[in-house]
Structure formats: structure tokens, C-alpha cells
Design a protein around this ligand. Sequence first.
Ligand SMILES: [Zn+2]
Ligand SMILES: [Zn+2]
Length: 287
Amino acid sequence: MKDTNNGKKAVWKRIGETIAEWIWPRRCPVCFDIVSKSGNLHNGLCCNNCYPKIRFVGGATCLKCGAMLIREEDEYCPECRAKERNFVQGIALMDYTCEAAAHLLWKLKYENGREFADFLTEEMVSRYGGRIRNWQAEVILPVPIHKSKKRERGYNQAEVLAKKLGMSLEIPVDPKALTRVKKTVAQKKLNLQERLDNLQGAFAATDRAAGYRRVILLDDIFTTGSTAHVCAAQLIKAGVQEVYLVNYSIGRSVGSRAGLGAGGENDRGKDNPEGGRRLKGKWDRGR
Ligand SMILES: [Zn+2]
Ligand SMILES: [Zn+2]
């Protein structure tokens, strides 16, 4: 009897999905064409053509921040070797120097592409779900944006991603444990120290943070790690013991970001100068 009921439920679910697909067709997060479950792999969330264009993080990665390493024999990237990091460990999903990933993130953040969080969540869970669960964090905290930005954009992309991931992995999400108290100037022209100075006092942990011991800080992009470092410092000050990171994109560790102020904020666009030039700096136009 139970099987019959489950069978009926599955049929109704499928019918519901088909109607929803018809009314609100899914779009590919990269080319924006309509995708359907029937014609596409990846659960109908990305078209077959674009999927291979997204470069996912793979191979040897930094044990601290999760960036792809240039030298496989290294354990840590040059930045994690050189800098103090307040977080325990991080993982990242995509390489933002690849144009497809950069476009996807751009749409998610600035063009109301909240629906693409479904695709990103599926990829995150299938690749890193086990590892994230193993951290045994009590809560996921999205990196907050300033309330004026949220008003302007209508949402915080990190919060959208956090809610989807939390639902999928059954980890609570608390968007109020960390707040953005200061609107900062665009980071793109700043060097590392200036970035840190710029971010000092930008975030504050609220009373809610004191109730957690192990947390996951979630963000859409990890460039130099300054934001994660500063947020983790606030959380630790409030009583949190361990901060882990889930990032949806990261660059390659090249050890050249020391010259941030001079050439560009990072190696974004290295493999695709055109896409890179167009996208460079956009990320920092405000959180
Ligand atoms: Zn596509
Ligand atoms: Zn690292």
C-alpha cells in the first residue's frame, strides 16, 4: 500500500514539475537558453552545451582555503602560507577565472539569477556534501551585505545559496548572526593591507553568534580571503570556536596576488583575457 502511495506521489510530483517548467521555464545559468529535464543531463538545471565550459575546482587544492594549487606537491597556497587565517578550512566549487563560471556568478549576483542557486546547490552537494557534513557545524552563516545593498538588489546572493544548501544538507541557516555594519569602498584598487583596513569594522557578530561553536561561513566568491578572515575574527570574538568556509568560487593560487594594487585584484581572467577584463573589478563594486 505504501509503495502505491509513494508511486502516486511521484507521479503527482512529476506532473507538478512539468506544469512548473511550462509556466516558469528553467534557464541555463550560463547561456540563458531554456533547459528542460528531458533534454538535458544535470537534472535539467544546465544545458549540455554549457556544462563542460564550467571549470570546477579539482586536482590538488590548498588544505586551508581550497584554492587549486599550481604545484601539486604543495600542501598550502602561497597566501595561506604567508598569511594568518582565522578559519579552519574551506572548500570551493568553481574556478572563477573561467568565463562560464564568472557569467553564472554575475547573473546570480546582479541579474536576479536566484534560480541558479538550485544548480549550484546540486553541484556543491554532489561534490562536497559529505565533507561539509563531516565538519559537523551547527549552522551556516551567509556573509552579509549592507542593508542598503540588499534593498537595492532585493536579496543577498550568499543568503540565497545558504538557504538552499542548508535545506539540502539539513543544516540550519542563520542570516542574523553576522551583520554588515559599514558600507565599504570598492576593494578593487586596494592592496591586501588596505583591503583588511577597509574591512575592519565592516562586520559585526550579533548576540546570536555566541550560541554557536562550529559554524560554516558561506560566500559566493573567495578572492583574497580578507572578508572570510575578518568575519571569522568577529565570530571568534563572540565565542565561536571553529569557522569553516563554503565558497562557490575561488581563483587559482599563483602567489602573485601580492601585487594586487598594481595589476589587478587577482588572476581572474588569466585564461580568458576578454572575459576577465570585462568582469574584473565588478565583483567588488559592493557586496
Ligand atoms: Zn547553456
Ligand atoms: Zn590557501
